[in-house]
Design a protein around this ligand. Structure first.
Ligand code: CP
Ligand code: NVA
Length: 308
């Protein structure tokens, strides 16, 4: 069974194969109307379930469109509307869904929910974001970086702000694909030590630099994300904003990063909070390429999981 649960649980060669296939499939689709299937439909006859226990625009639409382009049928399920939201166990849900569908993508809160789904499902399970990680996002981000700047190996990525789920998957990717990552944010919002330690053990240079201007020096890529994630309590909002304000990505910070630095944000963005509109819409920004590449990267992830 080939699940896609996290970047640090997928072998580097497999990550590279997924990225190569994503680039090939993207090129092959060029100029094809959005509603037409791909020339090759490796998922023909397959049924894909997309389960959301949190809101989503990009993940929902890109998985749905991508699966259909490859010939699959899809269903989008809201966790709250399923018996899952009314006391049925994850294990039973996993066993039942496996009798109906060939592939499950799940966005949930606790990582354990996803892991239990994967343990009891007899079909592959893909992580569409948990409180702890967001691997599909980072596959799209690496694809985007490499389209603009070539191989990411040895490059310097700077994560600005909250050491959250998206940051965690970037740290995993640094370990697996061999790039440097500097985290710049307040100590209380540091990424998990275990993730940092693991990436370092794999040879990645992971640096913690509290000064945002010093952090971005020589950056090939500056990345940020919302200051309040979906799983964060609304009561922490003010505290988080106060802690994170010095880490806003604005024109001055991008100037310090240098002319060739790219800017990424997984979206949805809170414009003029974590990043200014000038940066979001400015010359460094590739945020809409990232959003598009969710589609192409995830198509390759689905093929990897199904072995087709
Ligand atoms: N970046 C991302 O996962 O967006 P959605 O929450 O809209 O799916
Ligand atoms: N860190 C954000 C990412 C949204 C795609 C969240 O978890 O809400």
């Amino acid at each position: 069974m080939t699940h896609f649960l996290d970047i640090n649980k997928t072998a580097p060669d497999d990550l590279r194969a997924i990225l190569n296939q994503a680039a090939e499939m993207k090129a092959a689709r060029r100029d094809r109307p959005k509603g037409t299937p791909d020339a090759l439909t490796p998922l023909a006859g397959r049924m894909v379930a997309l389960i959301f226990e949190k809101p989503s625009t990009r993940t929902r639409v890109s998985f749905d469109v991508g699966a259909r382009q490859m010939g699959a049928q899809t269903m989008v399920l809201s966790g709250a509307d399923m018996q899952l939201g009314h006391g049925e166990t994850i294990a039973d849900t996993a066993r039942v869904l496996s009798r109906y569908v060939d592939l499950i993508m799940m966005r949930t809160f606790e990582e354990d929910t996803l892991l239990e789904m994967a343990e009891y499902a007899s079909v592959p399970v893909i992580n569409g974001l948990t409180n702890r990680t967001h691997p599909c996002q980072i596959m799209a981000d690496i694809l985007t970086f490499e389209e603009h700047r070539g191989p990411i190996r040895g490059k310097k990525v700077v994560w600005m702000g909250d050491g959250n789920n998206v940051c965690a998957s970037f740290i995993h990717a640094a370990g697996q694909l061999g790039f440097d990552l500097t985290f710049s944010g307040p100590k209380s919002l540091d990424p998990e030590d275990a993730f940092v330690g693991e990436a370092r053990q794999k040879g990645a240079r992971i640096v913690i630099e509290r000064d945002p201007v010093a952090a971005v020096e020589g950056a090939d890529l500056v990345v940020t994300d919302t200051w309040v994630s979906m799983h964060d309590s609304q009561s922490s909002r003010e505290r988080r904003h106060n802690l994170l304000r010095p880490y806003q990505v604005n024109d001055a910070l991008m100037r310090a990063a240098g002319r060739d630095a790219l800017f990424m944000h997984c979206l949805p963005a809170h414009r003029d909070e974590e990043a200014t509109s000038a940066v979001m819409d400015g010359p460094h920004s590739v945020v809409f390429d990232e959003a598009e590449n969710r589609l192409h990267a995830q198509k390759a992830v689905m093929r990897h999981c199904l072995g087709v």
